[in-house]
Design a protein around this ligand. Structure first.
Ligand SMILES: [Cu+2]
Length: 143
C-alpha cells in the first residue's frame, strides 16, 4: 500500500512538470524572423581569435532585461551537437555564450581544428522565442 501511494506521488510530480504548470510563457517571434552568421562563412578556414558577426532579419537586437516587442539578444552555440532546451532560459556555459548587452559581433578564442557555430536568439530572460529564431549551424576550421 505504501508503495502505491509513493508511486502515485511520483507520477503526479512527473505529470505536473510534463504539462508545465509553471512553464515560462514564450515571447512570440514575428513571421519570417531569421538569425544567421554573417561571417565567417560556412566551411571557412580562419585564425583565432575568430571575429564572428551576427545577422538578424525581421527583428531587432535589444539587451537582456529589456522588454521591447520583436527583439532579442544573441547566443553563440559553440561545438554543441545538440542545442540546449529551448523551453527554459539558455544556460551560460563555455559552449553557450550570451551577448546580453546586445552585441552583434564577438571575438572568440578557438583551438586549432574544426568547430561549429550557431546562433540562438533569446528574449529578455534568455528564453528562446516561439517559434525559436535559430541560425544554420556552420563549421569552420581554425588554423
Ligand atoms: Cu542570454
Amino acid at each position: 500500500m505504501k508503495s502505491i501511494v509513493a508511486l502515485l506521488i511520483v507520477s503526479f510530480i512527473a505529470s505536473a512538470s510534463a504539462f508545465g504548470a509553471d512553464a515560462l510563457p514564450k515571447t512570440p517571434s514575428p513571421e519570417g524572423a531569421k538569425a544567421y552568421i554573417i561571417s565567417p562563412k560556412d566551411g571557412a578556414t580562419v585564425k583565432s581569435p575568430v571575429r564572428v558577426r551576427f545577422g538578424l532579419v525581421g527583428m531587432g537586437v535589444a539587451p537582456a532585461g529589456v522588454d521591447i516587442p520583436d527583439t532579442g539578444h544573441h547566443h553563440l552555440i559553440i561545438d554543441l551537437d545538440e542545442l540546449p532546451s529551448l523551453d527554459v532560459p539558455l544556460p551560460a556555459t563555455e559552449n553557450v555564450v550570451h551577448f546580453g548587452k546586445g552585441q552583434t559581433e564577438a571575438k572568440i578564442e578557438l583551438s586549432p581544428g574544426k568547430h561549429t557555430l550557431q546562433l540562438v536568439l533569446g528574449d529578455k530572460i534568455h528564453l528562446p522565442h516561439s517559434p525559436a529564431v535559430i541560425s544554420k549551424k556552420i563549421t569552420i576550421t581554425v588554423k
